[in-house]
Design a protein. Structure first.
Length: 308
């Protein structure tokens, strides 16, 4: 028979005290995250909004605990089930898809690219509607919290086709950090990959994850983005994945990703970009920092970005 939720235990003079005395239970936000339906931070928001109940009682305290095997936990109207084994997917998100589980405007979402058995997974972070590239999805809310929390700073690598030719000193300014409307950006890596008379292809490696950050950074220096692709996320890339395709991570890849997620970023100076001439651009293209990227893959990505 389900036990009463800890904060509402009859006779308790202090609900918080009852929570701390609970045995065989975990904090609600951690349980919800482990179940894989959302990150811990998102679960905390739902609890504070009164959208989580335990054995019929609405819970609003972030310290509340419950036992997923013995208590009836409901999150936003859906009963919470014991978590299955964690699985991580890497998807090559095409342009024209929303990075969300449900879109109120009825637009296509990344969930439309996945079979039924993965429909309870959630995206790790976001790629905007017009951005393609590496997107992770998982049923592991704790890992999502690690990968998206700013204190961990997992690297994300982007290739951006931008308007015009970018001067070396402009790239150095971008790498040092620039002021946006929501504050200064952290130092990053920015380097030239290729250029034509009218466009430049720039590789940017970020440890931040603000909304539309890459696009806003290039707008701020007067070189708007014409096409954008995320080609790397931590130890993962797009090798072998055409647009719309996905795969499950191998055990070794998943372990390495978790190790990277737990690392704290070291404070290092931004990397200087190579000189913007044809010789250095060709040399840079042959030495991509994107994990495991071979020369023909680099050429293909450049080709796609010119066409986008």
């Amino acid at each position: 028979m389900p036990s009463a939720p800890t904060p509402n235990t009859p006779g308790a003079t202090n609900p918080a005290e009852s929570v701390e005395n609970a045995t065989g239970s975990e904090r609600l936000q951690k349980l919800i995250a482990r179940a894989g339906i959302m990150s811990r931070r998102k679960a905390e928001e739902l609890i504070a909004e009164g959208r989580v109940s335990v054995n019929g009682h609405i819970i609003r305290e972030l310290g509340a605990k419950a036992d997923i095997l013995n208590d009836h936990i409901v999150v936003d109207g859906t009963p919470l089930r014991a978590p299955s084994a964690p699985v991580i997917l890497v998807l090559h998100k095409p342009r024209g898809y929303m990075t969300t589980r449900h879109d109120p405007e009825g637009r296509a979402t990344v969930m439309d690219l996945l079979p039924k058995k993965y429909q309870q997974f959630h995206p790790v972070g976001r790629l905007d509607y017009d951005t393609a590239g590496v997107l992770l999805l998982t049923n592991d809310g704790e890992l999502t919290n690690l990968l998206t929390h700013p204190s961990h700073g997992v690297t994300k690598t982007y290739w951006a086709r931008v308007k015009g030719k970018i001067k070396r000193e402009t790239l150095q300014k971008l790498a040092r950090g620039i002021m946006l409307e929501d504050g200064p950006t952290a130092p990053c890596q920015a380097r030239l990959k290729a250029e034509t008379e009218n466009n430049s292809l720039i590789e940017v490696v970020l440890r931040e994850g603000r909304n539309r950050q890459v696009r806003r950074m290039f707008d701020a220096i007067g070189h708007p983005v014409r096409a954008l692709r995320r080609v790397g996320f931590a130890n993962l890339d797009l090798v072998g994945l055409p647009p719309g395709a996905f795969r499950e991570l191998l055990p070794g890849e998943a372990r390495q990703l978790r190790r990277l997620a737990l690392e704290k970023p070291s404070k290092s100076k931004p990397e200087k970009p190579p000189r913007s001439n044809a010789k250095s651009a060709a040399k840079s293209s042959a030495k991509s920092t994107t994990p495991r990227a071979a020369k023909h893959k680099i050429a293909k990505t450049i080709e796609h970005l010119w066409e986008d």
